[in-house]
Design a protein around this ligand. Structure first.
Ligand code: 8ID
Ligand code: ZN
Length: 341
């Protein structure tokens, strides 16, 4: 099969011919129809994160926003048939037994396998997945538009849930990329007023289409000042891997409010203890989502609650998509379609 392979950190992806994986017990072989290009793939490829660098398989097929059809089934995969439309998330496998798994927090499982990090992912014609951890794609969603829901959509859905934000409150989303533009839509659907902050005019235009009330370019206007008239944001959620986004986000949080850490810059984020204490602020972080969160999100999407903005690209353009992402030139998501030239 054709795959875009990362042979080492900092090296461009290269197209290669790899053997089609063989599904073992409890595993499905999936013919990939769509795989979203997440900024985490770029961080991973560049070796930005020490914590994950240590456990990254190498050489590696990136990609953890996968949808496709079941092409073969290993033993113990009851309930699946050839041709079933499924998606594969970041959480490739969790143990189901540890204190985190049994308390509904499988994202914290210490035994977890990660798609496109510890096992090969979806920048390929085929991918292997655990039948226990795939989700079915609702009939009324195309495989292309559904793919980014398996990381970008899931992550912001769960992060918003963890933030505790309520209808009528103000959310500031920093970074209107793949994650951010879905966060705006989910929040608006929940009756939340949204301020969108991004350094690129095209992203702010997208945020407007997604229903944001305030559109703020931090180069032109300080977000803190722009939100002063409403007393600041109840929740500021950073969906950008830029450290500077945290620098502008933190002062926007109103007293008693919450900063939600989603984007992951390579460097530590600056936080003032005095500001935290004086405002009794909370900082929380959120990692992707559980299978239960994913089921809720797919249900929301199938009811028409969110629409991912995407463009398709052939697998051969995977390296180019990462370059464009680095330059900030993608509006919405790039979705690779390995079954098409
Ligand atoms: O589980 C998680 N926590 C999780 C899951 C998935 C992704 C975390 N992430 C992380 C990624 O690793 C990355 O660090 O979330 C971050 C955003 O991922 P993405 O949405 O896939 O990235 P993108 O599509 O490139 O969008 C980033 C946006 O940030 C803007 C860019 O213009 C772009 O629209 N941006 C930048 I660069 N600097 C900014 C700034 N200073 C900024 N927006 C506001 N202020
Ligand atoms: Zn991702």
């Amino acid at each position: 099969m054709r795959a875009a392979v990362l042979s080492n950190f900092g090296v461009p992806l290269q197209l290669a011919e790899l053997p089609v994986p063989e599904p073992g017990p409890g595993e499905l072989l999936i013919q990939v129809r769509a795989c979203g290009v997440c900024h985490s793939d770029l961080h991973l490829a560049e070796g930005d994160w020490d914590l994950l660098k240590r456990i990254t398989k190498m050489p590696l097929v990136l990609g953890h926003e996968i949808t496709g059809v079941v092409a073969a089934m290993g033993p113990d995969t009851d309930g699946f048939s050839l041709g079933d439309r499924v998606g594969v998330p970041w959480l490739h496998w969790t143990c189901g037994k540890c204190e985190y798994c049994v308390s509904g927090r499988e994202t914290l499982c210490g035994e977890q396998a990660i798609t496109g990090v510890t096992v090969d992912g979806g920048y390929a014609e085929y991918v292997k997945a655990k039948a226990s951890h795939v989700a079915r794609v609702p009939d009324n969603l195309s495989l292309e538009e559904a793919a980014p829901l398996f990381c970008a959509g899931l992550t912001v859905y769960k992060a918003l849930k963890s933030s505790g934000i309520r209808a009528g409150e103000t959310l500031a989303v920093f970074g209107i990329g793949g994650l951010g533009h879905l966060a705006v839509q989910i929040a608006v659907a929940q009756g939340v007023r949204v301020a969108a902050i991004d350094i690129a005019p095209a992203k702010l235009e997208l945020a407007k289409e997604c229903g944001a009330t305030w559109l703020i370019d931090p180069a032109k206007e300080q977000p803190r000042k722009a939100l002063r008239s409403v007393g600041g944001a109840h929740v500021a959620m950073v969906c950008s891997g830029a450290k500077s986004a945290y620098e502008t986000a933190f002062p926007c949080v109103r007293k008693g409010g919450t900063l939600v850490v989603v984007g992951m810059p390579a460097d530590p984020i600056p936080v003032s203890a005095v500001t935290l204490v004086a405002g009794e602020l909370r900082i929380i972080a959120s990692a992707v989502g559980t299978r239960a969160d994913l089921a809720e999100l797919l249900e929301l999407a199938s009811r028409g609650g969110i629409r991912c903005r995407y463009e398709t690209q052939p697998l051969a353009n995977a390296a180019d998509a990462l370059d464009r992402m680095k330059r900030g030139e993608i509006t919405g998501r790039v979705v690779l379609t390995p079954d098409r030239e």
